[in-house]
Design a protein around this ligand. Structure first.
Ligand code: ZN
Length: 106
């Protein structure tokens, strides 16, 4: 499973702009925004980290939460490396592109 890089694999759904994927459980939570997705991913990862420090034998496979953007693991740098809009509302370069008329956009 490659989450990042040129041959990255989609782990979520193409029509979900933002979601949080939990590895090991293969759970996907649909989210309304990047902020919501980051908040839940942070929360889940904190819980998983806590569980791991208590008892590492009970919680294998290792659980971690990853923010997905259209089904792909999201980091701002990854989206920029793929030359796509990272979706961050405060990203300067991407916001600039959003204000340009997009070919084929309604
Ligand atoms: Zn950006």
């Amino acid at each position: 499973m490659k989450l990042f890089g040129p041959d990255r694999q989609r782990v979520g759904y193409a029509d979900q702009e933002w979601s949080v994927w939990v590895s090991g459980m293969d759970d996907i939570h649909n989210k309304d925004s990047l902020a919501d997705a980051l908040e839940q991913a942070n929360e889940l990862n904190a819980v998983f980290a806590d569980l791991r420090t208590r008892d590492d034998s009970e919680f294998s496979p290792i659980l971690y939460a990853v923010v997905l953007h259209y089904g792909y693991a999201w980091t701002q740098a990854t989206e920029h490396a793929h030359r796509v809009d990272c979706g961050h509302p405060d990203c300067g370069p991407c916001s600039f592109d959003r204000n340009e008329p997009q070919a084929g956009a309604a």
